[in-house]
Design a protein around this ligand. Sequence first.
Ligand SMILES: [Zn+2]
Ligand SMILES: [Zn+2]
Length: 259
Amino acid sequence: MFMGDITSLNKKQKFRNAIKLHPEWNLTYAKDHTYWEGALNDGIDRGNQPYYCPVGWKRYALYVTDHFPEKFKGWCKCYHGTKFSYGLSILLCGLKPAEIAAHGKGIYVSPSINYVCHPRYSEIKHIETPEQKKVFKSGEYIQFVLECRVHPTNIKRIVKETLGASGTIIDSNINNDIIEWLIDDQNKDVVDFNDPDASIVCTGLMIRVTDNHPGLLPESDWWFKSHLCNTKRCCCLDIDFDELKQQKNKAHTCNIVYE
Ligand SMILES: [Zn+2]
Ligand SMILES: [Zn+2]
């Protein structure tokens, strides 16, 4: 699977050894695939937080542990946006708690996949090389975020969005004021996903492939009413910001590719 800026074979090797996929649990979240409206009510205990359908995303399940349903009964679903090159190290080594952060030290996650896929958090990549094209076929751009589980007692604070999006709706299911969760980092420098006592575990890779820039999706409308900039270190658009704005003004469209 293409994972972004991974050039060294050594790293690839390490990746294959450390991450186990669990393809029986792969899912596509979309109408005509796996889909529900409102909070999921399937009898499975996912803690005290609602779980909404992450429409438009494909889940590549990761193997966490045997007897996952029993061990993670009562743990809430959440998402963590990341840049391609960091994503791999997060999966291999764990999440590094934020040092300087708006709401205090810890790990930031969100119940909203539409929040964490903002390019400030989750890098957008243009699919360019022939190898990438082979994998993603009619796709032009790709994004990924991490799907995680956290036990409610490890959610230290539930806080508002920090992207200057107060004037817009980020997620029709989740209010802007409760869209960030600050997770207890247990005073560790890195929270290791392979540690059975970790406060957060990574259960999947959520991938969205689109036939045009994802900023043109209707669900990305709020990006343009929040912080968004042309600085690659900050917002990873992989397109010139002015070019994107022009395309948006000309009503260029974008479709999600599900294959
Ligand atoms: Zn590009
Ligand atoms: Zn920015």
